[in-house]
Design a binder for this molecule. Structure first.
Ligand code: FAD
Ligand code: NAP
Length: 566
């Protein structure tokens, strides 16, 4: 492992290699490095398994990979130079542009010199005698640090179902999240895409347009997608954005989903369908996630949601020429946005092409993958290429890939056997000085993520600064605080419609994972207030330990005052 430049350390426990080790160099890890190194003056190392920065935008290079967040709000807000010197070319940036943006940010902030690329963290263990973390990597090295920050991403562990015979396929096959760096040619090929989530909905139209002999889509659950209505951004757009940038970003940071859009009306429950259409049509025409915010009670009121869902089904029926196919594509088994709602560009229109067909795997299940295609219950489908758009072991999967051991030999895998337990989605009882950026039980994937990432990175940095300034060696949430947060997360989730459907939010996409709602659904704004209040109240719910000798001696547990909306 090569040496990175080390700054004068203000907080290192004697004998550690670094004050802080961060895993991951995506949006989260890059900003965390900047805060800890450049603002606190700590010695920091980032370990990243890819050979470049970018995270999601490094890995997901499939055709059509594009942001669903609008470009001007899918960015860092903390640095005026980065904000003013980067001009996005389109309303929604394509993968190469986001990757280029993150490379630009890394270079502007001179971050690369503290990043160890092409190195995977395989284990991390808390050493109780010294109160420090020992972090091991796939090149056989071990380094130590006082603070251990995971910035490993919520959607970075690709998942391919365990179909029999996968490896036997003799054509080209890949998961979208591991897309090759070289161009892939579909012309004249028989292509299968398995999966119709946000990724499938982006890749399917692009493959269809690339002159394949035939594209077959394997759909298990149809999805409701709203048009993105992407377009180039011109000088006038930029002038408007830049002259109001601070206000736009502030609105995003103060909102429920991290978007600066106006919420429409309170409810559609007592509206006629004509009134609902009148309210939704302008948002539909405008495109994007404004549609999601037409009615405030969309995710808690079945009557409102059913009307919005029916509006969307109507749009699918209007677009798809074959009525039978339109019915297969129109979801009826779940409410809109209870699964992550995708945006689309020509997705439904794609099914009007002669060279595209759909296999509904609920009627005609995939039995196995063969050397030359896919065997379903009703016969064999021959393919040259198979694209798995089958999602991720989300939220907890990447963390659990690392063998993490806290106090008393407790592993993360054991701790989370029945689902994640955290305090605030940021810290774990039994794992002192470990912080999880966009961890489970934080808003993360239920938001425009750069907003949630900034909230987390800033909270972690401020917390570490507090510890350093006050000569506190360790921070660890109490068991009671963690239990209360886990219960709160569950109760808020149960008050919504999210828990009415199997989804990756519920861990349901991975066999044998416990069914539990994983992100925090209480809203970015409320959540952010909560974590700030915890800090203001002297880190309510945490044990702050001046020296390692006092570790694990829990005092009396006060009732937490910061959880609202139970
Ligand atoms: P990531 O970008 O996932 O980065 C984590 C990094 O950690 C990766 O580089 C990974 O290689 C590294 N890593 C993981 N484990 C290890 C290990 N053990 N050792 C070393 N390195 C490790 N969010 C939005 O808000 N809007 C969008 O429009 C949007 N579009 C998306 C499109 C796609 C295709 C996907 C998959 C996700 C999208 N997201 C979107 C979510 C996106 O993941 C976040 O917006 C954001 O990029 C996450 O940044 P991150 O740094 O937290 O994680
Ligand atoms: P996903 O939403 O989990 O979708 C996976 C798809 O594969 C689903 O249609 C799923 O069907 C199907 N599938 C899984 N196992 C299957 C099996 N055994 N047989 C048949 N079909 C199977 O994954 P994703 O589309 O990659 O998206 C994951 C998340 O990444 C998104 O929700 C979003 O947060 C993010 N993302 C964002 C963007 C963007 O913003 N631009 C783009 C892509 C991804 P079921 O629904 O029945 O499980």
């Amino acid at each position: 492992m090569s040496e990175t430049t080390s700054h004068d350390s203000v907080g290192a426990t004697a004998g550690t290699d670094y004050d802080a080790i961060i895993v991951g160099a995506g949006f989260s890890g890059l900003y965390e490095l900047h805060r800890l190194r450049d603002e606190l003056g700590l010695s920091v190392k980032v370990i990243e398994k890819a050979d470049d920065v970018g995270g999601t935008w490094y890995w997901n290079r499939y055709p059509g990979a594009r942001c669903d967040s609008e470009s001007h709000i899918y960015c860092y807000s903390f640095n005026e130079d980065i904000l003013q010197n980067w001009e996005w070319s389109e309303r929604y940036p394509e993968q190469p542009e986001v990757l280029e943006y993150l490379r630009f940010a890394a270079d502007e902030l001179d971050l690369r010199r503290n990043i160890e690329f092409e190195t995977e963290v395989t284990s991390a263990a808390f050493d109780e005698d010294s109160g420090t973390w020992r972090i091991s990597t796939d090149d056989g090295e071990t380094v130590s640090s006082q603070f251990f920050v995971t910035a490993v991403g919520c959607l970075s562990e690709p998942y391919i179902p365990d179909f029999e015979g996968i490896e036997s396929f003799e054509g080209f096959w890949t998961h979208t999240g591991k897309w090759p760096h070289e161009p892939v040619d579909f012309e004249g090929k028989r292509v299968a895409v398995i999966g119709t989530g946000a990724t499938g909905i982006q890749v399917i139209p692009e493959v269809a347009k690339s002159d394949p002999e035939h594209l077959t889509v394997f759909q298990r659950t149809p999805n409701y997608a709203v048009p993105a209505r992407n377009r180039p951004l011109d000088d006038d757009d930029w002038e408007l954005i830049q002259s109001n940038y601070d206000e736009i970003l502030q609105r995003a940071h103060d909102s429920g989903f991290g978007f600066p859009f106006e919420v429409g009306q309170e409810t559609a429950a007592d509206m006629t369908m004509e009134e609902v259409e009148e309210a939704l049509e302008p948002r539909w025409q405008e495109g994007g996630f404004r549609f999601l915010l037409a009615f405030e009670d969309l995710l808690v009121n079945e009557e409102t949601n059913e009307k919005v869902s029916e509006f969307l089904r109507g749009k699918i029926r209007e677009t798809v020429d074959d009525p039978e196919l339109a019915e297969k594509l129109a979801p009826k088994d779940h409410y809109y946005a209870t699964k992550r709602p995708p945006l689309h560009t020509d997705y439904y229109e794609t099914y009007n092409r002669d060279n595209v067909s759909l296999v509904d795997v609920t009627e005609n299940p995939i039995e196995r993958i063969t050397p030359d295609g896919v065997q379903t219950a009703d016969g064999h489908h021959d393919f040259d290429m198979i694209i798995y758009a089958t999602g991720f072991d989300a939220m907890t999967g990447t963390l659990l890939q690392i063998d993490i051991e806290g106090r008393d030999g407790l592993t993360l895998e054991e701790k989370w056997e029945d689902g994640p337990q955290t305090y605030l989605g940021l810290t774990l009882h039994g794992f002192p000085n470990m912080f999880t950026i966009t961890g489970p039980q934080s808003p993360s994937v239920l938001s425009n993520m750069p907003v949630s990432i900034e909230h987390h990175v800033e909270w972690v940095s401020d917390t570490i600064e507090h510890l350093v300034d006050n000569d506190i060696q360790l921070i660890e949430p109490t068991k009671a605080a963690e239990e209360a947060w886990t219960t709160h997360n569950r109760q808020v989730a149960e008050s919504t419609l999210y828990t009415t459907v199997d989804s990756w939010y519920m861990n349901e996409n991975i066999p044998d994972k416990p069914t539990v709602f994983t992100p925090y659904p209480g809203g970015v704004d409320l959540y952010h207030d909560t974590i700030l209040e915890v800090a203001e109240k002297g880190y309510e719910g945490f044990e702050l330990t001046e020296s390692v000798q006092q570790l694990g001696q829990e005092g009396e547990q006060p009732q937490l005052s910061v959880m609202k909306g139970d």
